[in-house]
Ligand binder design. Structure first.
Ligand code: ADP
Ligand code: MG
Length: 479
């Protein structure tokens, strides 16, 4: 019998705020345990939550970017369960009335659109550290770290329209790209800022009703969602084929073994006894406020991709880098306005190549001004300096302290394109290498590279390569 997988994803994305959803505690990652807490995030009796309005703005941005209907009225609800990292005994979430309904994500490469059910806001729970497992020095037994408790999240719930692991991965990647590019989420998968639960079931091809699903929790890489979904589909099919039944349960995925295993039986919504949080008023967002956020929305990745391809003729690889690294995108946008001779495409090659590599190497911030960078690229386009010189100068400009002119003088001046000046150097080099000249005369024009290298050495890299090559070839031919 042939089976068809049915998959729906729940993505948890951390909103990019300085403080938590309902208190002033910092959201900074990596602090010592229980440093980023207040009575509210500790869940002390009598502490009252106060909504951080920035989280609402970011949630609306996410909703607009994912084409949802933003709700003018939404309600925070208590989701009750016991866990040692949840001191209040409930998590504040949204249930019946979430902030966004509907929405969709277009996967153009796969020719498919996945619709969203909803997006709701909620607070994250804390984290349990088990002795030995997390390397906390001196820890015995297990301890609860509440730094993460109360950190703002949105949960993006998809309709069960995904049909295979490739689509699941593409969907997760696309949502990640959109949210990080518009700055709603920092997208750091390793720090847990973006993670995904995959709901998976299979049904005989042709059957209308869905099969029983399992939910694989906390997938935190694109590779692991693909592997987990594939594994779980195969597992479910083989259980059914051998006469067994799928049990609705929550599963864990082990990256090391590539296998899923059962964590606990899955709760249903009624087990959580959701009810509106009496400490929080319904969240009312006015139409004008939604329109205000809409008017301030940055361009979305699809718009940028289209513009960069059509208007500037940028290669797909360049576009991909910009969509992944907002800093480089912003730098390209600011710099290209100052270009005179070079094209945006010329400039992009340098940003995506050399500059990107330098920044990765130094892990540095980009202090160079866009005007300085544009001047550098322009000077290369006019032939004032060679590409080799750009390469040498660029690292010296990164700290934002030197000007292009200073850097060029420090290298001994601009490129030498003056024929007479270069002719002298070429003559000397030819005289010193008669054997190479002989080779070129015999048709081995490739050997001219060696002589060019010598001229570059003599001129400290300032000779204009095209001119030097012409001079060498014509000298060898005329002799
Ligand atoms: P919960 O919060 O209890 O996990 P929801 O009913 O809101 O549950 O569903 C969560 C996700 O599960 C959604 O993305 C939905 O599309 C998906 N889903 C629901 N039923 C199935 C099913 N039978 N097979 C696969 N996915 C499903
Ligand atoms: Mg769920």
């Amino acid at each position: 019998m042939a089976f068809e997988p049915v998959i729906g994803l729940e993505i948890h994305a951390q909103l990019n705020t300085k403080s938590k959803l309902f208190c002033r505690a910092s959201t900074e990652f990596g602090e010592a345990p229980n440093q980023n807490v207040t009575p509210v995030s500790l869940g002390l009796p009598g502490a009252l939550p106060v909504l951080n309005l920035e989280t609402v703005r970011l949630a609306i941005m996410a909703g607009l970017a994912l084409e949802c209907d933003i709700q003018e009225r939404s309600v925070f609800a208590r989701k009750n369960y016991f866990y040692p990292d949840l001191p209040k005994g409930y998590q504040i979430s949204q249930f019946e009335y979430p902030i966004c309904l509907g929405g969709r994500v277009v996967l153009e490469d796969l020719g498919k659109t996945i619709h969203l059910t909803r997006i709701h806001m909620e607070e994250d729970a804390g984290k349990l550290n088990h002795e030995g497992a997390d390397g906390i020095a001196g820890a015995t037994g297990s301890s609860s770290d509440l730094n993460r408790a109360g950190v703002p999240l949105i949960e993006i719930v998809s309709e069960p329209e995904i049909r295979n692991a490739k689509e699941a991965r593409a969907y997760m990647e696309k949502v990640h790209q959109i949210l990080t590019f518009i700055g709603v989420c920092d997208g750091d998968l390793e720090k847990g800022s973006f993670r995904c639960d995959a709901n998976i079931s299979v049904r005989p091809v042709g059957q209308k009703e869905f099969g029983t699903r399992t939910e694989v929790k906390n997938l935190n890489s694109f590779r692991s969602i693909e592997r987990a979904v594939n594994y779980e589909i195969e597992r479910q099919i083989s259980v059914i084929q051998s006469g067994g039944k799928i049990i609705q349960q929550t599963m864990n995925f082990d990256d090391a073994t590539g296998q899923t295993s059962a964590l606990r039986s899955k709760e249903n919504a009624h087990d959580y006894r959701y009810f509106p949080d009496p400490d929080l008023k319904p969240l009312i967002v006015k139409k004008e406020q939604i329109e205000q956020v809409r008017s301030e929305m940055p361009d979305l990745p699809d718009v940028v991709r289209q513009r960069y391809t059509d208007q500037f003729g940028l290669p797909a690889h360049d576009v991909k880098v910009y969509l992944q690294t907002r800093m480089l995108y912003d730098f390209f946008e600011l710099s290209r306005e100052h270009l005179n001779s070079a094209t945006p495409k010329d400039m992009s090659k340098w940003i995506v190549g050399e500059l990107n590599a330098l920044l990765k190497e130094t892990m540095g911030e980009l202090s160079m001004s866009p005007t300085v960078f544009a001047t550098l690229i322009d000077r290369c386009a006019t032939g004032d300096i060679s590409t080799k010189m750009v390469k040498d100068i660029l690292p010296k400009l990164l700290d934002g302290k030197s000007s292009v002119d200073d850097a060029i003088s420090a290298m001994g001046g601009a490129q030498i394109s003056n024929q007479d000046e270069l002719q002298q150097v070429v003559n000397d080099v030819l005289k010193a290498n008669p054997d190479v000249v002989e080779k070129i005369k015999n048709g081995k024009t490739g050997s001219a590279n060696f002589l060019m290298g010598q001229v570059m050495k003599e001129t400290k890299g300032r000779a204009k390569p095209d001119t030097v090559r012409d001079l060498i070839i014509s000298a060898c031919q005329s002799e």
